[in-house]
Every structure is written in C-alpha cells, then in structure tokens.
Design a protein around this ligand. Structure first.
Ligand SMILES: *Cc1c(COP(=O)(O)O)cnc(C)c1O
Length: 374
C-alpha cells in the first residue's frame, strides 16, 4: 500500500554536529569511561544553557530522577505527587525510594499536571511534587511553586521531554528546586542513553554528585560515608551530548518548523471537528518533543484503527501514554479514576516529530490521517 515510499518513524536522532569528531577524540585520548573532559564540558555548557549554577550528568533520565529524589531525602512513608499522564519512570523512581506516588489529573489543553488537583492531593505525608513538561510543553510552574512554598514541599521538574522549552521566558530546569532531563535516542537532544540534573542549590548539587559516584567522599578516595549509586555518564556519551548541545538552537528550530507545518496542514481537520491540534500557552515555549493531536470527543473509539491505517501507509505513530493508574503496578492507586487523563489518553496520537522530516513527509502523514478520518 505504501509502495516504495520509505517508512516514517515517530522519532529519529539528528547527529549533524561535531558528535562523531568528539567521540573519536575519546578514542584518540583513551578516555572512554566516566573520567574525561567531555563530562564536565557537557555539564558546564548545559548549566549555562538552562541558566542554573549546577548540572550533574547521569547515565539516563530514570537514574537522574532517582538521584534527585534520593538527594531530596525522599524515603519510606513519604508521598510524592505526580501526574498520572506521564511516562512510567516518573512514578517508578518514587517507588525506588520506598515512597508512594500520589496521582493527579491533568489540564486537558496542555496535558500537564493540574495545579488545583495538586492541592486536593496534599496530605501530611506529602514531601514534594513532580510536574512533567509533557511532550515538550512546560507545566504551569508558578501556581505549582506557590502551592509547594505554602506547604513546604520540594518541586522536581521532570523535563525529560522538554530540553530547551521555556516557562515565562525562563528555561525549564531553572524554575524549580531541581530538574531532571533525558537524552535517550528519541529525545530533544541525545547521548544514546543519558540524563542530567540541574539545580541552583549548592548543597543539593554536592549531595547529587556524591550519590551519583557510589557515595565516595570527594576528599578521601575509597571512603564511602553513605550508600550511593553508580549513575555516572561516560565521556563517550557526554561527547555526543556536547555535539548535540552546541547545535540545540538548530534542533529546536527544526522542530518548530515541523510543528508549524503540521499546524497549517491540520487546520482543515480541526475546522471539520475531527481533531484538536496541540496548544501552546502564551507563557510557554513548546519544543514539540511529540506533536500530539487529540481526536475529537466521540472519535476516541477510532483511535487504534487510525493508528493502524497510518502504520499500513508506512507511518509510525504512538498512542498518548496510558495513565499510570491504569497500569498493573499502579492500579491500586486508581481511586475513582482520573477522567481528564483517561479521556486524553484514549483520543491522543503522537505524530512523527523530528528535525529531519521534510514537507513531503508531513504531507504524507496528514493525508494518511485525513484518509483515515474520512
Ligand atoms: C524519557 C523519560 C524519562 C526517562 O528517561 P530515560 O532516559 O529513558 O531513562 C523520564 N520521564 C519522562 C517524562 C520521559 O519522557
């Protein structure tokens, strides 16, 4: 059916900077493990980019989240508020600390955590809040920070999907106590597998570095005052990351171009009442990790058919995340359900989103979608 047209994947890295040159430098200098100059260079440049004092690299976004929670002292008996509409690592890392995630619903426009729902979820055991900048759109941080300040809670941004996004003119990663990022192969910038934490808090940064490196005292080799982890990033991964970060404006601009093309081409389907295009609030700079549409209310039952017809046309898409309270490990936290998340998840489709997409590719995606929606 797709004839000889190449398949369009849902995501793809764009490695068109000095990544390979820097990786070769790792080989030439024999620095391939986590000692080596690229880790510090990548951390310094990432901190500067986000406008924070400290950046601490980790070996993936999940370990970065776990480190942050451990560094914040989350433990047995604590509750941490997370959106139910997110990637599973956001909640799993709370469980890694023997603490309990407490789910809340999302705002239907941005798909991000609903600040009012946070207020209702606070108990005497609540320790913090993890807003997730889902699919690249920042969460509404001011009300979240106000709630946190009023209740003595930490705020940890899960910025895994939103490197480079801004909230009211400030980069994500700089609008909370600590933020975590992912550089998996499909993210905004990649190191293959990798992650990063950002913070302005000197003490917390020190703790995070300590915990990342097995808990080894920086002043006394092979002396371990605490139980830490080995969550270090390799010099090779950091070399790729630095190459990516040097060209981040280009990567973000390429995604903006893709989003604009989708926005133009999908106007007709929205006017016909068949889909809703993603919104970008006026206080937000959306980086479009995934260009996410919702089928119109009532068309939800057609979602899986639409995705399989697009697949048959050579176009890979993704369903919006299953809300975590619907997944086996977390069903006991479903309560009365989370109607907004369930509705968005049932109607949501992530369209292919990456910098290399051509106008012709986007036309193919849009016409397959139009055909499928009649
Ligand atoms: C990708 C992702 C993570 C985890 O990052 P990995 O690098 O894959 O471990 C965490 N949270 C969210 C929201 C993500 O999208």
């Amino acid at each position: 059916m797709s004839g000889s047209l190449p398949r369009i994947p849902v995501a793809q890295p764009v490695l068109d900077g000095r990544e390979f040159e820097y990786v070769k430098e790792c080989f030439d200098t024999n620095w391939i493990a986590s000692n080596g100059p690229f880790v510090e260079r990548f951390e310094r440049q990432f901190a500067d980019y986000c406008g924070v004092k400290h950046a601490i690299a980790a070996n993936n976004g999940t370990t970065a989240l776990h480190l942050a929670l451990a560094g914040l002292g989350v433990g047995e008996g604590d509750e941490v508020i997370v959106p139910t509409l997110t990637y599973i690592a956001t909640a799993n890392t709370v469980k890694y600390c023997n603490a309990s995630p407490v789910f809340v619903d999302n705002d239907p426009r941005t798909l991000n955590i609903d600040p009012e729902a946070i207020l209702r979820a606070i108990t005497p055991r609540t320790k913090g809040i993890i807003p997730v900048h889902l699919y690249g759109h920042p969460a509404d941080m001011d009300p979240i920070r106000e709630i946190a300040a009023a209740h003595g809670l930490f705020v940890l941004e899960d910025a895994a999907e939103a490197t480079g996004a801004s909230y009211k003119g400030r980069k994500v990663g700089s609008v909370s106590d600590v933020a975590s990022f992912s550089f998996f192969g499909n993210k905004i910038i990649t190191t293959g597998e990798g992650g990063m934490l950002t913070t302005d808090d000197d003490e917390l940064a020190k703790t995070l570095r300590l915990l990342r490196g097995q808990g080894m005292d920086p002043e006394r080799r092979y002396w371990f005052p605490v139980i830490g982890f080995n969550y270090r990033m390799t010099n090779v991964a950091a070399a790729i990351g630095l190459g990516q970060l040097e060209r981040i404006e280009h990567h973000l601009a390429a995604r903006q171009r893709v989003a604009r093309l989708y926005h133009d081409r999908l106007g007709r389907l929205e006017a016909a009442g068949k889909i809703v295009r993603p919104t970008s609030e006026n206080w937000a700079e959306h980086v479009y990790w995934m260009y996410t549409i919702l089928l119109a209310p009532g068309l939800g039952p057609h979602r899986d058919r639409v995705m399989s017809e697009m697949d048959a046309a050579g176009i890979e898409t993704r369903p919006v995340f299953h809300p975590l309270h619907t997944l086996p490990p977390y069903r006991d936290l479903a309560g009365a359900g989370f109607p907004v998340a369930e509705d968005c998840a049932a109607r949501g489709i992530n369209l292919p989103t990456y910098g290399l997409l051509t106008e012709g590719d986007i036309d193919r995606v849009v016409s397959a979608l139009e055909k499928s929606l009649g």
